[in-house]
Design a protein around this ligand. Sequence first.
Ligand code: NAG
Ligand code: NAG
Length: 165
Amino acid sequence: MGLLLLSLGLSLVCAQKFDPRAIVQQNYNMARVSGVWYLISMASSDLKRIEKDGDLRVFIRNIQYLQNGSLMFDFRFVVQGACEEVVVVCEKTDRNGEFSISYEGKNKVTVLETDYWNYITFYLQNIKNKTETRVLALFETCKKYKLDSQNIIEMSRQDPCYARR
Ligand SMILES: *[C@@H]1O[C@H](CO)[C@@H](O)[C@H](O)[C@H]1NC(C)=O
Ligand SMILES: *[C@@H]1O[C@H](CO)[C@@H](O)[C@H](O)[C@H]1NC(C)=O
């Protein structure tokens, strides 16, 4: 009986997850995160690292969930005024929604919250030279309007990576 109640409870929880607008803060279905995302804002415990020419000022464009559970990011960042593109793989860890990568030190990348549909928030903990820097990044997508990247013009022109299509 206890088991039956438990499974009823679980199926209720699962049914709730079918609401496409629901906000998810755990047990992420990372496959649903795959796609094109636009950086909206960043915050950091060390602003220098996300300001112009900061080493953690990275523009993630495309996120792809890989068969083996890792996440592939299309990174763009500015080197001496030019936009550089690089593809990196964040390896999955034992925890759902948590990934690790070596880039300017060691990084732990965690999904904080998403509705899969409009936005996703990542939390990055970087350890470089024994100093920890924390970064929050909010990304938005245009999936809800069924727009493809070729139909979107980005309005922020602060950086070469933004001006570039
Ligand atoms: C997962 O696959 C990617 C792409 O093939 C690879 O770069 C990465 O090292 C793989 N990770 C693991 C843990 O096998
Ligand atoms: C590492 O940190 C120490 C102490 O904060 C500093 O003196 C040193 O220059 C730093 N090294 C690098 C490579 O940033």
